[in-house]
Ligand binder design. Structure first.
Ligand code: WTA
Length: 647
């Protein structure tokens, strides 16, 4: 068994060439803490400004909560990601390598070509009446057009809201409605693992309840025939062919919104996390460079989907701001076979590879053969994100994939944080398998107890952040009160992450997982309340409670307790019907792993469901259910224990 406190020293060959070595990390962390104004005044120059800011930081985590960075600065994010690289003579460098689902398909787009494609779409959107501040929804597969669409919005000051292509029509509709998007950009179909994803058909279904959408721009990707509604639906290629190839970038205030991205919380309704332009882009560029020790010319691959924040910051904005060659992969790790990741690494000479623990665990199960069949000599740095990585999976990644040559950076962050906050730096930080290690310069984490008291030294508790960093979310779109309530009311004056963490004697952080009602299934964040409301929307369901349960590959699985309406008989057919129902309501990522029929749910006398007990039953820790004396009807627990499913 691996000892999770094993210390793996920094590799001298990595440290020797690293952007940040141990001494530099100490200096940076010390300066960012002592004089953040001076530190960020220097770092902000890593991106292009139309007017360089003089005001650096204005943040207050109390009262109404105000977070502003670089406030009097003016910029356009697309200029940092495109124009300035061309001006620096790197127009012919490849910006995006696209690797299709089908191993025979790929494409390369240079910075010059990307610039032109962005400008054409930007002009096309303008011609459709899109103005600064308008919201544009992007519901696309992993194709180059997804990055083009995001940057075209940025170019004209429109706020993009990317919705993951695996979400259902209902989920898409509620996100469009919440931010009143006027344009939807989608494709005929997506392709994943040899199967088609009916994006346009889903979009058509969603739009039945989205009156704010004036036009749908459709990318022809697979060529499948799709109905086009006259007057509303337009082909991307027609619009872009007619549009001019130059578009002046819209001057944006540093605090003007760049994008909205919906994420699950403890309540049923996803929140529109709002990120602004200046601080977000500085943070994306800064963290992409130091965490991945990125150097110009390197091929960098993050396997996330652009529908998640990891895709925003570490496929599009961070790498393009730094002039990298970023790889976009349409497919899945297991198709056509489980060697695919490493075949793609060899094919394109990838140096930096960033993926999720769930993918590593799934591949680990297939054994070393599919990895060993490939060379992987180009790899230099490996990274993980999205959920805690168990030391076994970490060590397999390190030994088998990286052959002990490549440091593994376990990066902790959230949609809300905009970019990585806690992570090793390859040339500076000795590694411990399973630990996200230390905060980046400018990040001030703390661990607090249930009453918000800061705990010192080696300890365990709730992970909070005591001060702002440039990439922090600014508000919940359209609902600032919810922002304050969600993140700053549990522990007043501190940003609460929703995660638990342990800190060891070396000051290393070990993220232990969510302490709220959010579950993390294969690195996808889901609110238990969302799945519960999908279940109770079914005509035969009276009540439902959903909890996470340990899962070997996915980290957590979805365990649902369902009480049927009076007179409805449980059956295997009904169980399958409910599973299909949740997939249709939310999307395949929310597929329940287990549904247990519950004649009653354990509730307190005031009617609150005791989830602690449900979690223990799901995890098969029934020997230790804790105090059940406050339950209204303790007998329901005995029934649930007796009928527990072994999923
Ligand atoms: C979890 C993804 C442990 C955590 C970037 C967080 C992690 C949630 C790690 C955010 C990590 C992310 N170790 N847990 N390295 N990275 N998480 O918003 O629970 O999709 O709160 O952002 O994922 O998920 P989100």
């Amino acid at each position: 068994m691996p000892d999770s406190d094993t210390l793996i020293a920094v590799k001298p060959e990595i440290a020797a060439r690293a952007r940040v070595d141990a001494a530099r990390y100490r200096t940076m962390a010390e300066e960012a803490a002592r004089d953040p104004e001076a530190f960020w005044r220097r770092e902000l120059r890593r991106i292009a400004w139309m007017r360089e800011p003089t005001r650096i930081k204005d943040a207050d985590f109390t009262g109404d909560v105000r977070i502003r960075w670089f406030e009097d600065g003016v910029l356009n994010a697309s200029v940092s990601c495109l124009d300035r690289h061309i001006e620096a003579g790197r127009g012919d460098q490849v910006a995006i390598i696209w690797e299709g689902d089908d191993p025979g398909t790929d494409a390369k787009v240079t910075y010059r070509e990307l610039h032109e494609r962005v400008c054409r779409l930007a002009n096309a959107l303008k011609a459709l009446g899109v103005k600064k501040g308008d919201r544009v929804c992007i519901y696309l597969p992993m194709i180059v057009e997804a990055a083009v669409a995001m940057l075209a919005c940025a170019r004209i000051g429109a706020i993009h809201s990317v919705v993951f292509g695996g979400f259902s029509p209902d989920s898409l509709a509620s996100r469009i409605q919440d931010s009143e998007c006027s344009i939807l950009i989608t494709a005929d179909e997506g392709r994943r693992g040899g199967r088609a994803v009916p994006l346009k058909a889903n979009a058509d279904e969603a739009l039945a309840t989205c009156p704010s959408i004036r036009h749908v721009v459709v990318v022809r990707h697979t060529g499948a025939p799709v109905p086009m509604r006259a007057g509303r639906d337009l082909w991307w290629h027609d619009l872009c062919a007619e549009a001019a190839p130059h578009c002046a970038p819209e001057p944006m205030g540093a605090e003007d919104p760049l994008f909205i991205l919906y994420t699950s919380g403890s309540t049923g309704k996803p929140k529109g996390v709002l990120h602004t332009t200046g601080g977000y882009l500085v943070w994306a560029s800064f963290t992409h460079e130091i965490v991945f020790d990125y150097r110009p010319g390197e091929i960098y691959w993050c396997t996330a989907d652009v529908g998640w924040v990891t895709g925003h910051t570490y496929i599009v904005y961070g790498p393009l701001a730094n002039g990298a060659t970023t790889l976009m992969f349409e497919g899945v790790p297991s198709w056509p076979d489980s060697s695919r990741f490493w075949q793609v690494v060899d094919k394109h000479g990838v140096s930096i590879f960033y993926t999720a623990p769930t993918a590593i665990r799934a591949l680990m199960r297939e054994g070393e053969g599919p990895v060993r069949r490939t060379s992987r000599r180009s790899l230099r740095i490996l990274g993980t994100v999205g959920e805690p990585i168990n030391p076994e999976a970490w060590l397999w990644y390190y030994r088998v994939v990286g052959e002990e040559r490549c440091p593994v950076v376990d990066t902790w962050w959230q949609t809300e944080t905009g970019g990585i906050l806690i992570s090793p730096l390859p040339g500076a930080t000795p590694l411990k398998p399973g630990s996200a290690t230390l905060p980046l310069p400018g990040v001030k984490p703390a661990i607090v107890d249930g009453e918000g008291r800061i705990l010192e030294g080696a300890t365990e508790g709730n992970l909070v952040l005591l001060d702002s960093w440039p990439g922090q979310m600014r508000t919940v779109f359209g609902d600032h009160a919810r922002f304050v309530q969600t993140y700053f009311s549990t522990f007043p004056g501190m940003y609460f992450t929703g995660d638990g963490a342990r800190r060891d004697a070396d000051g290393y952080y070990w993220i232990t997982g969510r302490v709220d009602d959010v579950i993390n299934v294969a690195g996808h964040r889901l609110g238990t309340a969302e799945i519960e409301s999908a279940l109770v929307a079914h005509p035969k369901v009276a009540e439902a409670a959903v909890v996470g349960m340990p899962h070997d590959i996915k980290g957590q699985g979805i365990y649902a307790y369902v009480t049927l309406k009076l007179g409805v008989e449980p059956s295997e057919a009904l169980r399958q019907e409910l599973v299909a129902w949740v997939r249709k309501e939310i999307g395949p990522i929310a597929t329940p792993d287990a549904i247990q029929w519950a004649p009653g749910l354990p509730k307190t006398r005031s009617g609150k469901i005791m989830r602690r007990i449900l979690r223990k039953i799901a995890a098969n820790e029934t020997g230790n259910l804790g105090d059940t004396s406050t339950l209204a009807d303790p007998a329901v627990v005995a029934d649930l224990v007796a009928n527990r499913l072994s999923a």
